[in-house]
Design a protein around this ligand. Structure first.
Ligand code: ADP
Length: 259
């Protein structure tokens, strides 16, 4: 089915990618295409190379071998980074003393467009409110970010990434430290964003929680072991076939740790 899709329909197109830290090979011969409008879950145990792959996609690391295209353009020529929003796990680290409201934090997502010292126009403010509404945080507009729960903070960071209208949103382990109920609501929200047309790449080891929401799964452990739709993943390859044990355990621990 993928063969019929025009190349430019791939938001991310990775061919024969390998990456080493020094002499240690962390990614080996990765081929991965992310179709426009899809919701791809990238799963794998800790240390399997997920973050490294994301850093390659964001142009922060240079692969030793292979090619990456973003929106049909080779990554070294790609100059539309505003199309890509990124929310990392580490975003979730504001403590209670951080002096910024939800509105202010989300406004920061416009600085690239607006400039640091220029005032927000009425339209900008409207955009900020829209992004906050998209993640269901309108009731917390004026609240200090540090007073929110981990799950709520993550929603705010998503809003900050959304405020500049990205076409692709990459999320690296967004539910670490978030309780199960909040994580489920969070995935539900991602699903809604996806239905609005945003392509999503969700990196996680939380397989159990995300398989219901994503449209495709890619399974990484140095090499890409599986890439296909969610049903095939659950029925055939997914949890039991290769590194399933470890993923199961991690999921289990994560669930308990999060409660
Ligand atoms: P994941 O995100 O799946 O947990 P990572 O991409 O962070 O995996 O790491 C993959 C492997 O690369 C791990 O064995 C890790 O120890 C190693 N690694 C990660 N970052 C570095 C680095 N800066 N230098 C050397 N090795 C690294």
């Amino acid at each position: 089915m993928d063969h019929e899709v025009e190349k430019s329909e791939y938001v991310i197109d990775i061919r024969s990618l390998s990456f080493q830290y020094g002499t240690k090979t962390v990614l080996e011969n990765i081929n991965l295409q992310v179709q426009k409008g899809s919701f791809l879950g990238l799963v794998g145990p800790n240390g399997s190379g997920k973050s490294t792959l994301i850093k390659c996609i964001l142009g922060l690391l240079q692969p030793n071998k292979g090619d990456i295209k973003l929106f049909g353009q080779p990554i070294n020529k790609f100059n539309h980074w505003e199309k890509i929003g990124f929310v990392s796990q580490k975003a979730n680290s504001f403590n209670t003393g951080f002096p910024a409201s939800v509105f202010e934090v989300v406004s920061m997502g416009l600085f690239r467009k607006v400039g640091l010292f220029r005032f927000l126009t009425k339209q900008h403010k409207e955009k900020v409110r829209e992004a906050i509404a998209l993640v269901g945080m309108t009731d917390y507009l004026k609240q200090n970010i540090g007073e929110l729960s981990g799950g709520q903070q993550q929603r705010v960071f998503i809003a900050r990434a959304l405020v500049s209208d990205p076409e692709l949103l990459i999320l690296d382990e967004p539910t670490v430290g978030v309780d199960i109920q909040s994580a489920n609501n969070f995935y539900e929200m991602l699903s809604e964003l996806n239905q609005k047309g945003i392509t999503l790449l969700l990196v996680t080891h939380d397989v159990a929680a995300m398989t219901e929401k994503v449209s495709a799964v890619a399974c990484l452990n140095k090499q890409l072991h599986f890439h296909g739709n969610t049903n095939d993943f659950q029925e055939n390859h997914g949890l039991s076939a290769f590194h399933g044990q470890e993923v199961h355990l991690l999921t289990h621990n994560h669930g308990h740790g999060g409660q």
